[in-house]
Design a protein around this ligand. Structure first.
Ligand SMILES: [Zn+2]
Length: 465
């Protein structure tokens, strides 16, 4: 489903938030020093972070091709160590290790304990050293704030309090195997990599701090994230799924910088960076991207079955529960919830959703301002969708009741981005103030029935306010 339609903007909401930030006393909005007290709830020790990281890194190394060029590795290792040495909450136990994945996708991630991976595409997309330093400083932030094991701890507390009481983690055997026993994934598609937006803000905060201490322009990190999101939307899907975009990222970072100390003559680039980038660009093209290996993958290319455990997603004006093995991607004016492999690349239109749910707000143009009727506005949305999905055919439309709200469900079929396949979509619309709230469930026709129970459970959990 290609969802290229007009939608309402979040401008008013953002303006209100910006105002709220503006009125916070400066010392309250950001303060870097007492970061120790901001460490989240964690069941694990730093030593266990390192053990998790080591075990997961082994899987990553097996699953992904790595760049082996010694000059590039030396450069990244030297830069990474210099930045990590300036991180707050650093511990001599962290096993700072930096590797470059041979992929043109723009991505970077940190496993617990200091194992940081940067994709070749990220270095190639960076314009200067400060930008790549920003990415690595941000990832170091996830390490020293221990976000991976914090997320795992919260999931464990929610799902397996008895196992914790029973001391499962005191038993011999690998920690990741024990996590897996409890149904929590590991490796590249792991809970250890799923950061919340508040964790992102914190990693931004730490990353900015590190950049300042290292003498780089501290604006470079948030600016680079913004550049890649706009310039390379198809290459950053995984990055922004593992690193959801915090609200007002740039504003938050900008307001932190004056608190760090006086402005310096910032360093932005180095001949070493340009040399490393040149070397990467001259290497043979990376192998085609493999789908991320998953603990519960079905047949090749097919997303794993939706997990029966769900997570609640709080959006702007709505909340919905979705399977906990799905990803979330927040775009400027929509949210995509999808299983691993649920977004595919199509030559003409780029990243296109083939499985999952897409939620957005649509501003009807012709159905009468503020007074439009649900059916007419839905028709307008369907017509808009038809512009980018020419074979769209409505199968059935009926009125439904959504917790006391009148809503309309529209079942339609169109071409799937998966070659040669038809797609079935269930569109649910309801009025939300002056907008049309729209939720589309998406699946190839062949699996629509299998996804139906998941879609219905999600619909039942939906709250629009
Ligand atoms: Zn992050």
């Amino acid at each position: 489903m290609s969802i290229g339609c007009r939608r309402g903007s979040d401008a008013r909401y953002l303006a209100a938030l910006a105002l709220a930030l503006f009125f916070l006393p400066p010392g309250m909005a950001w303060s870097v020093e007492p970061l120790e007290s901001k460490l989240g709830f964690n069941l694990f020790s730093v030593r266990e972070d390192v053990q998790f990281g080591k075990e997961s890194a082994k899987r990553v190394d097996e699953a992904y091709p790595l760049v082996t060029n010694p000059q590039v590795l030396h450069y990244i290792d030297e830069l990474g160590r210099r930045l990590a040495s300036l991180a707050p909450n650093n511990s001599s136990e962290y096993a700072w290790t930096f590797k470059v994945i041979d992929s043109s996708d723009i991505n970077a991630f940190a496993l617990p304990g200091g194992y940081i991976y940067v994709n070749r595409g990220t270095i190639e997309a960076a314009e200067n050293e400060a930008q790549i330093a920003g990415v690595m400083a941000h990832e170091s932030g996830h390490v020293v704030m221990r976000h991976g094991t914090h997320e795992a701890s919260q999931a464990l507390l929610a799902q397996a309090p008895l196992a914790i009481l029973g001391g499962i983690f005191g038993q011999p055997g690998s920690l990741t195997a024990q996590l897996a026993k409890l149904g929590l994934g590991f490796g590249v598609d792991s809970i250890l990599l799923k950061n919340s937006r508040s964790a992102e803000s914190q990693a931004d905060e730490v990353g900015t701090y590190i950049l300042y201490q290292a003498g780089y322009d501290p604006h470079a990190m948030a600016q680079f994230f913004e550049i890649i999101e706009k310039k390379y939307p198809q290459k950053t899907i995984q990055f922004f799924s593992d690193h959801p975009v915090p609200e007002n990222r740039i504003k938050a970072v900008d307001s932190e910088i004056p608190l760090l100390g006086p402005a310096k003559a910032w360093k932005t680039d180095s001949p070493e960076f340009q040399e490393a980038k040149k070397r990467l660009l001259s290497l043979p093209a990376p192998p085609p991207t493999k789908p991320a290996p998953s603990a519960s993958a079905g047949s090749p290319g097919t997303p794993p079955a939706p997990s029966s455990r769900s997570i609640k997603f709080d959006g702007n004006g709505f909340s919905i529960a979705y399977p906990d093995n799905w990803h979330v991607q927040r775009n400027e004016d929509s949210v995509a919830l999808f299983p691993p492999g649920g977004i595919v690349n199509v030559a003409e239109s780029g990243a296109t959703q083939a499985y999952g749910a897409s939620i957005s707000r649509f501003q009807p143009q012709n159905s009468g301002q503020g007074n439009w009727r649900l059916i007419a506005a839905t028709q307008e949305l369907v017509d808009t969708l038809r512009q980018s999905n020419s074979n769209l055919r409505v199968i059935e439309q009926k009125a439904v009741n959504l917790k006391g709200r009148s809503a309309l469900s529209t079942l339609f079929e169109t071409d799937s981005p998966l070659q040669g396949q038809k797609e079935r979509d269930l569109l649910v619309t309801t009025r939300q103030r002056d907008y049309l709230f729209s939720l589309i469930f998406i699946s190839p026709e062949s699996t629509f029935d299998a996804y139906k129970p998941t879609f219905l459970a999600m619909l039942q959990s939906l709250e629009v306010h």
